[in-house]
Design a protein around this ligand. Sequence first.
Ligand SMILES: [Zn+2]
Length: 264
Amino acid sequence: MEIAERFINYTKFDTQSAEDSQTVPSTPKQLIFAKYLKEELEREELKDVEMDEMGYIYATLPSNSKKKIPTIGFISHYDTALDASGANIKARIVRNYDGGDIQLNPNMVSSPAMFPELLEHKGEDLIVTDGTTLLGADDKAGIAEIVQAMCYLRDHPEIEHGDIRVGFNPDEEIGMGAHHFDVEKFGCDWGYTIDGGDLGELEYENFNAAGAKVFIHGVSVHTGYAKGKMVNASRLACEFNAMIPDTEIPEATEGYQASTICSG
Ligand SMILES: [Zn+2]
């Protein structure tokens, strides 16, 4: 199977995770995809394919070498972000991208004027949506890449390798993906997460995605009698927001910038 077809098949599943859910995975629909993926791994003849009740999937491409080679692992997540709908995704391939605007639907374009990085992909085939949903390339692209790589190695025994483990998990987008990942069962000397970024990019650090929820309770009083009594929650929220230094926000920082400012 071609990698694009494999990926587009994945996008047909709605695997959006959900915050404030008490279950693992956070949404039962993720398990439907997990089952599909498990069966695909079995079809592609990976070994030790298993899926636990939380939807964590592990499998092995066995060593083809007599030498002792360390076991490495590749990991990606199959849930998608909460920013837009993950249902009814209509993926489309834009062949040989010409560097112009991509008309996603009558009212929406993806334009290099807004996203100049598109120009780095001139001449390539791009996979886009109709603009109304997520594509879910984060991180189904990672899964497609890993599975495709395993198939390539399976079909090319002349490439010598040790045991390779693959692991796929739900609920990364809500910060819960690693919580139930069985590192011992995965059993690798080291592993890589295949998730986002440019071709050839390797990151060995991660940002801290800690969040805070701030609840502001005002005091509601009839406006005619409000003087000295009313506390307007939205005005307090604005005041609170204004206290956050405007040089320490994501849109004003890159690399180590924020932490450098914070520490000194
Ligand atoms: Zn991701």
